[in-house]
Design a protein around this ligand. Structure first.
Ligand code: SF4
Length: 376
């Protein structure tokens, strides 16, 4: 049976970024204590004991705000309930300036071997506009501290398409990121979510509308520079040095099982069932404290849903979807079933067929939603 991944959501941050619509709020130590106890109750109640697991991901929020002792307690109960491989990839999201060198060393000694580092941009003016709580000097210092603490697998998160961001500023950002030689790069185009301060600033004309066409140019430029520097473009938004792909995130795209704990966490059994927890942290905590299940939504996928997901999640990976394997799994020839769509996408240069593989081109990666819509 395919090894599962575990996700643990830590919904606390030291400030609220202007574009953020994640399930997260300001860090309060009493609430964080209660939340960790709630997480431990939820994991303790897990019944499918002994499942093979080879990745754990602490996301948020800013999980690095927790004390090493709190993470140690969560890991202990995960190791108790699941059969976790000795070579498991264990990732912690860390924001610049959110952990001292001692704390980073303590995290590393818990077996955490991968850091997902929320750099976002190396431009102080842009960081300030985003409402981030760090500046470039914090990012450089924390990155150096991560290396000193023996983190040999570090991923940078970078955002392109910020309001008012010029190509020149973006290029300086990417040069700075590449000069630090992280093992992995995750690259996001800014999305403006309604209800966020950023959306309100744009509505009132305080900040300009993001320029999607320019963001596309930034994306292409970044891919060219990073691939020339030896990074492999393995997923629409992700690049890595050889062998350093995010083993955890790849599970989301290739249909492997993953189990999420904490508020707003999502799970998938790897067959056809998805479920998710209460989004609100206080609701989550009070439900688990009462001994009830925090699951608030369950979905049984139909065979058509599972087939569609195999295509549009699989296409996110630049290696593409293997048509022969798809036929073996579902008894359907995708090339025949979607002949017209595939012909149209190939002619438009969005998709390419290579033997039994169908994959997005670089242009297709940028316009992926257009392609995915045909398979939903
Ligand atoms: S650090 Fe991340 S999760 Fe926290 S407020 Fe900023 S964008 Fe949201």
């Amino acid at each position: 049976m395919t090894a599962a991944g575990l996700y643990v959501h830590i919904p606390f941050c030291s400030s609220r970024c202007s574009y953020c619509d994640f399930a997260t709020g300001l860090y309060q130590s009493e609430l964080a204590d209660r939340y960790v106890r709630g997480l431990i109750s939820e994991i303790t109640a897990w019944e499918d004991v002994g499942r093979n697991v080879d990745t754990i991901y602490f996301g948020g929020g800013t999980p690095s705000l927790l004390a090493a002792l709190q993470l140690e307690r969560i890991l202990a109960v995960l190791f108790d309930k699941f059969k976790i491989s000795a070579e498991a990839e264990i990732t912690l999201e860390i924001n610049p300036g959110s952990a001292t060198p001692d704390k980073l060393r303590a995290f590393r000694s818990l077996g955490i071997n991968r850091a997902s580092f929320g750099a976002q941009t190396f431009d102080d003016a842009e960081l300030a506009k985003l409402g981030r709580s760090h500046n470039t000097a914090d990012a450089l210092r924390t990155f150096a501290d991560l290396r000193d603490a023996d983190f040999a697998n570090v991923s940078f998160d970078l955002i392109a398409g910020l309001p008012g961001q010029t190509l020149d500023r973006w290029q300086r950002n990417i040069r700075q990121a590449l000069s630090l030689a992280p093992e992995h790069l995750s690259f996001y185009l800014l999305e403006v979510h309604s209800g966020t301060p950023l959306a309100e600033h744009i509505r009132r004309g305080i900040q300009p509308q993001p320029d999607d066409d320019l963001a596309g140019v930034m994306y292409e430029w970044m891919l060219e520079q990073a691939t020339a520097a030896g990074y492999e473009h393995y997923e629409i938004s992700n690049l890595c040095r050889p062998g350093f792909h995010s083993r955890h995130n790849v599970k989301y795209w290739n249909g492997a099982p993953y189990f999420g704990f904490g508020c707003s966490a999502h799970s998938y059994d790897g067959v056809a069932r998805r479920w998710s927890n209460h989004r609100d942290v206080l609701k989550y905590v009070s439900v688990v404290e009462s001994g009830a299940s925090p699951v608030v939504e369950e979905q049984q996928l139909s065979r058509t849903d599972v087939r569609a997901e195999a295509v549009f999640l699989g296409l996110r990976l630049m290696q593409g979807v293997d048509l022969r394997r798809y036929r073996e799994c579902f008894g359907v020839d995708l090339r025949e079933e979607h002949a017209e769509d595939l012909d149209r996408f190939c002619k438009a240069g969005l998709v390419e067929l290579d033997g039994d593989l169908i994959r997005l081109t670089r242009t297709g990666a940028l316009l992926s939603n257009e392609v995915f819509a045909a398979f939903v």
